[in-house]
Write a protein that binds this ligand. Sequence first.
Ligand SMILES: Nc1ncnc2c1ncn2[C@@H]1O[C@H](COP(=O)(O)OP(=O)(O)OP(=O)(O)O)[C@@H](O)[C@H]1O
Length: 205
Amino acid sequence: MIAVDIEKGLKAYNGQQVLRIKKEFITGSITRITGPSGTGKTTFIKMLAGLITPDSGSINANNTIWFNASQNINLPPQQRHIGFVFQDYALFPNMTVKQHLEYATNDADWINRLLSIGGLDTFADHKPNHLSGGQQQRLAILRALAIKPKLLLMDEPFSSLDVKMKSALIKTLKLLFAQIGATVLIVSHNPQELDGITTDELEIG
Ligand SMILES: Nc1ncnc2c1ncn2[C@@H]1O[C@H](COP(=O)(O)OP(=O)(O)OP(=O)(O)O)[C@@H](O)[C@H]1O
C-alpha cells in the first residue's frame, strides 16, 4: 500500500493555490485521477515519483518511507522503482525503440513480449522521429513497463491512440498489471476510456 499525506503550494497564474492530497492506494489497485486542467494532477504524480518535492507531509510505500518532511527524508526517483509515462512521452531521440527497452531491462523475452503488446515489433529499429504519435505513446508505455515497476504512474497515456487500439491495449495492460503486481495511477480526462479497468478514483480540485 502507498499512503500519501502531502501539501504543495502551486505556482498558479492567479497567485498561490495549495494542493492537498491524503489518500491510500491499495497494492494492485488501478486509480483514475481526474479533475480540471491546472489543478495539480501532473504535479501530484511527479511528487510520488520524486521529481517534485512536496512542501510538507509524508509518502510511505509498504514499509519504506519515500518522503517525510519532518524527518528530512526524500528518496531519489531511482530508488522508488517507479514506471512513469510522461504526457509528452520524453523519449530519447537517438535511441531506437528496442534500445529504449534495453536501457531499462536486459530480459530479452520480456522486451519481445512488450514489443508485441505495443504492436511495435516491426518498428524495433526505428528512432522516435520515424514513429507516429500513437506509436511514440505506446513506446512510452512499454518503456515504463520494462522495469516491471511496483508503482506505475501514467499521465494521459492513451490520448493519441484510436478507439480500437486503445480498448485492445487497455484490456491487455490490465492483465499485465496484475501479473507484475503493479499499483497503477492514471491521469485521464476521458471519462469512458478507463471503464472496466480502474478500481478506484481520485478527484483533484
Ligand atoms: N514544481 C512545481 N512547483 C509548484 N507549482 C508547480 C510546479 N510545477 C507546476 N506547477 C504549477 O501547478 C499547477 C498545476 O499544474 P499541473 O500540470 O500539475 O496541472 P494538471 O492538473 O496536470 O493540468 P492538465 O490537466 O492541464 O495537464 C500549474 O499552475 C503549474 O504552474
